[in-house]
Design a protein around this ligand. Structure first.
Ligand code: NAD
Length: 255
C-alpha cells in the first residue's frame, strides 16, 4: 500500500533488463520476489539486490509451465503476504528469419514463453490483486508488439498478443484498483540483442548498425534506462495510467 514497503514480483531477473529493474526496485526499498531459469544469474541478482538492502526471495520458475507459475505466485505471497507490483519481463527472441522460412516449433516456442507465459503470470497476479483491491502490473512487451518487426515475425506475433492481454486485463481490473500496462522498448543493450545480431548477415557491428537504422537516437537503450521506466510506470506516482502500451524507443515509432 502507499507509503509501505512495496512487494515486487519480477521475472527474467537473472540478467539484462530484469537485473537492472531488480536493482532499481531495491534502491527504492522494495521487497523482491525474483524469478528466472538460470540459477547462477538469479543468485547473482539476488545477492546484488540484498547488498542494496532489499529483502529478497529467489525462486526458479519456467513461466511457460502452469504448475511452475502456480508455485511461484503462491511462494511469493507466502513469503511476503501480498503482491503490490508484478513485472512480467521474462522473454525470448528467435534467430532472424522471414516468415516464409520460420519453422512451426520456433513459432510455437515464442508463443509458449512470451504469450502463454505472460498469460499464466497475469492470470494469477490479477486474481490476487483484485482480491487485495490494489496492485500494479507491467508486461515487458516490445516495439515489436506495436508494429511489424521484419525477420522477427514469431516474436512480434507473441508481443502483439501481450499488448492485447494487457489492455484487456486493464479494463477488467480497473475498478478493483489494479493497473496493468505494457512497456514497448526498441532494442536494448542485453544478451538478447547480441543473439539477434549474431544471427544476421555481416559482422556483429554491422548487424547492430542495421538494427539501429530506424531509431532516430541512433543507439541501443541501456537496461538501466528501461529499469527507470519500469519503476515509474508501476509506481504510485503514476496512478491514472492503465491499459497503455508505452513505447520506449529512441523515437523509432515517431517516424
Ligand atoms: P535477456 O535474455 O537478458 O533476459 C530475458 C530473461 O528471460 C532471461 O534471463 C531468461 O532466462 C528469461 N527467460 C527466458 N525464458 C524463460 C522462461 N520460459 N521462464 C522464465 N524465464 C525465462 O533479455 P532482455 O533484453 O533483458 O529481455 C527482457 C525482456 O525485454 C524480454 O521480454 C524481451 O522480449 C524484452 N525486450 C527486449 C529488448 C531488447 O532489445 N533487449 C527489446 C524489447 C523488448
Amino acid at each position: 500500500m502507499e507509503g509501505e514497503t512495496k512487494v515486487v514480483l519480477l521475472s527474467g531477473a537473472a540478467g539484462g533488463i530484469g537485473r537492472a529493474a531488480a536493482l532499481k526496485f531495491a534502491s527504492t526499498g522494495a521487497a523482491l520476489a525474483l524469478t528466472d531459469i538460470p540459477q547462477d544469474g538469479l543468485r547473482e541478482t539476488a545477492r546484488l539486490a540484498g547488498e542494496a538492502g532489499a529483502q529478497v526471495w529467489a525462486h526458479t520458475c519456467d513461466i511457460s509451465l502452469e504448475d511452475d507459475v502456480t508455485g511461484l505466485i503462491e511462494g511469493a505471497v507466502t513469503r511476503f503476504g501480498r503482491l503490490d507490483i508484478a513485472v512480467n519481463n521474462a522473454g525470448i527472441a528467435h534467430e532472424p528469419a522471414r516468415i516464409a522460412d520460420l519453422d512451426l516449433a520456433t513459432f510455437q516456442r515464442m508463443l509458449a514463453v512470451n504469450l502463454t507465459g505472460t498469460f499464466l503470470c497475469l492470470r494469477a497476479q490479477t486474481a490476487i490483486m483484485r482480491e487485495q483491491g490494489h496492485g500494479s502490473i507491467l508486461n515487458v512487451a516490445s516495439l515489436a508488439g506495436l508494429v511489424g518487426a521484419p525477420l522477427l515475425g514469431a516474436y512480434a506475433a507473441a508481443k502483439h498478443g501481450v499488448v492485447g492481454l494487457t489492455k484487456t486485463a486493464a479494463a477488467e481490473c480497473a475498478r478493483s484498483r489494479v493497473r496493468v500496462n505494457a512497456l514497448c522498448p526498441s532494442f536494448a543493450d542485453t544478451a538478447m540483442v547480441g543473439a539477434i545480431a549474431s544471427g544476421m548477415r555481416g559482422s556483429a557491428d554491422e548487424a547492430v548498425s542495421r538494427l539501429l537504422a530506424g531509431i532516430p537516437m541512433g543507439r541501443l537503450a541501456s537496461p538501466q534506462e528501461i529499469a527507470e521506466a519500469i519503476v515509474w510506470i508501476t509506481g504510485d506516482a503514476n496512478s491514472f495510467m492503465t491499459g497503455q502500451a508505452v513505447a520506449l524507443d529512441g523515437g523509432a515509432s515517431a517516424v
